[in-house]
Design a protein around this ligand. Structure first.
Ligand SMILES: [Zn+2]
Length: 256
């Protein structure tokens, strides 16, 4: 705990963050709210032409704009409220891919696997990115593409440089690929068990804000960014890093 705090204070730059640290010292719920919410826009693109089938399961889109607005976003914001970051929905649209080698990309996704260290195959992300129609992107927002299935027991991927996230609606992660893919849970109430679509969105947005995965056995546990016994928590250091990145996004988007 002490060590985390020292790293945190060393990275303090803004006076507001210093006030927050003072609040953290006094207890977990400071009497006076010392920070205002940092807002970051997200735009969802539901990709409509990547239907695929694995182990007899036909995987198509089942998420609706209403589910995203009414269920996913409130859960993502519930998780991120601890960092006083608010994600605002700039819209949910449908998107298509370039037809060129769509069939080849789908075939590649379906056979993709993790390597011996559990890392997803980065080539499948490069291939997917290469067929996305990105003309509809909102340049001021994080653009989130929702496809039926991301391959290799993965549920999400983030490319911070492009502020772009890829997400699957079907998953074989809970069974580590041993059972056919099934629909993701939209939200997981209570303790983390297998991870929901909403939590995956929140996790990938953490990467967009500059947060890496923690070392597997390094406490504290129950963290949004992973490690042992994952959950929804953010450390003080992660909150500070995420707020700093979010602030940089909003100052950039205010420029003409
Ligand atoms: Zn991750």
């Amino acid at each position: 705990m002490k060590r985390t705090f020292m790293i945190f204070t060393a990275t303090l730059l803004a006076p507001l963050a210093a006030l927050s640290a003072a609040g953290a010292l006094a207890g977990s719920s400071p009497v006076v709210p010392v920070e205002t919410a940092q807002r970051v826009a997200v735009r969802f693109h539901l990709v409509t032409d990547l239907a695929m089938a694995k182990q007899g399961v036909a995987m198509t889109n089942w998420l609706t704009p209403e589910m995203i607005a009414k269920t996913v976003m409130p859960e993502v914001n519930r998780i991120w409220s601890a960092a006083k970051i608010e994600w605002t929905l700039s819209g949910v649209g449908s998107a298509t891919t370039r037809s060129g080698n769509r069939a080849e990309v789908i075939a590649y996704l379906l056979k993709a696997a993790r390597d011996s260290e559990g890392q997803g195959d980065p080539e499948r992300i490069r291939k997917l990115q290469s067929i996305l129609n990105v003309e509809q992107e909102d340049a001021r927002a994080v653009n989130i593409y929702v496809i039926p299935y991301l391959g290799g027991t993965s549920q999400g991927n983030a490319t911070p440089r492009q502020k772009r996230v890829l997400l699957g609606q079907w998953t074989d992660k809970p069974s580590r690929g041993e059972r056919p893919p099934e629909k993701c849970l939209l939200v997981e109430r209570g303790e983390f068990q297998q991870g929901s679509f909403s939590r995956t969105v929140a996790h990938e947005l953490g990467h967009i804000l500059g947060l890496p995965h923690p070392a597997r056995n390094a406490p504290p546990f129950h963290r949004l960014m992973g490690g042992r016994d994952p959950g929804n928590d953010l450390t003080d250091e992660e909150k500070a890093t995420a707020r700093k990145t979010a602030a940089a996004f909003s100052s950039k988007s205010k420029q003409p």
